[in-house]
Design a protein around this ligand. Sequence first.
Ligand code: BYC
Length: 336
Amino acid sequence: MYTQAMDQPDPQGGSLKAVRDAGADALQRGFDDRIDADRKVEPQDWMPEAYRKTLVRQISQHAHSEIIGMQPEGNWISRAPSLKRKAILLAKVQDEGGHGLYLYSAAETLGVSRDALLDALHTGKAKYSSIFNYPTLTWADVGVIGGLVDGAAIMNQVPICRCSYGPYARAMIRICKEESFHQRQGFESLMTLMKGTQAQRDMVQDAVNRWYWPVLAMFGPPDADSPNSAQGMRWGIKRISNDELRQKFVDATVPQARILGVTLPDPDLKWNEERGHHDHGAIDWDDFWAVVNGNGPCNKERLATRVKAHQDGQWVRDAALAHARKQQARALKEAA
Ligand code: BYC
């Protein structure tokens, strides 16, 4: 039998193993050359297992973040202050669901099933962005999620459009276009509130005070404490480091805050002429890790809502499958 034959001692003194090793080396060299030449890796191309696993981890966490990220803003759809704001918010939350779908599809090209990915999320094994474990207490929080959270998301996600893995890079191009609209609508909503009453301005300032630090932490741990960064950068999955992106975000946010008329809640924030960047205060990494590890203000609520939504949607998946089976049976009958 074939498998037994493979188990037999090699009569040619290990040459079979040498042939196999040479084949593996050639595949690895082909992959390395592709990465060095900045060409895309596609699903049918050979890739090292560690590269595949890293992509599944990052893309699925990203997908989970998108669908969990529907909840903090979804909380305000029924209470939006006008029809216009409600329509914008509905479209935005729906976009986030769509982003989740593109990303789950991109992850599936790596040979992992959507059911397995969702199961990891629902059982608390998979991570999703820390930022969605904070509550949205007022309408201004919705504007701040658009202005600051989506602003940070764009900063992080535009470089991923150049990711070495083709399906992820292509999904990100569309996502970033939509995120730009999200960010602008958030900023415009905050501008409107800032032109309103003192109570509305106070509401915006309060929301900025609560979200600013979690948004800075959203970029991930400092480079020195980021175990995945070095390899992710070598593989062209990550293009810009966590700290560099955070710095770019702070530099972009300072003038935006000035235009809005809000104060960023960091007494140590100041322009550093020598560096050509703003210095900022220390981030509370203990708080960040507590949230990442499931102990933020809304972790349990977010997960419970997601699991319930999935269970409540079972009949839709059953109906879609039954419909697809009927279609298939009809097509087979017609072809016969
Ligand atoms: N939250 O070595 P590191 C959105 C984890 S969607 C939770 O630097 P990496 C939006 C990290 O996973 C926003 N966990 O990791 C949606 C790792 O743990 P594991 C989501 C975090 O992968 C709806 C460990 O910490 N964006 O904006 O090199 C509405 C060490 O970190 C976080 C994406 O997913 C965090 N904030 O870099 C509105 C973008 N940060 O996996 C808006 C794609 C780090 O080893 N992802 N961790 O157990 C990325 O760019 C990278 O994965 C990260 C982390 C920068 C997030």
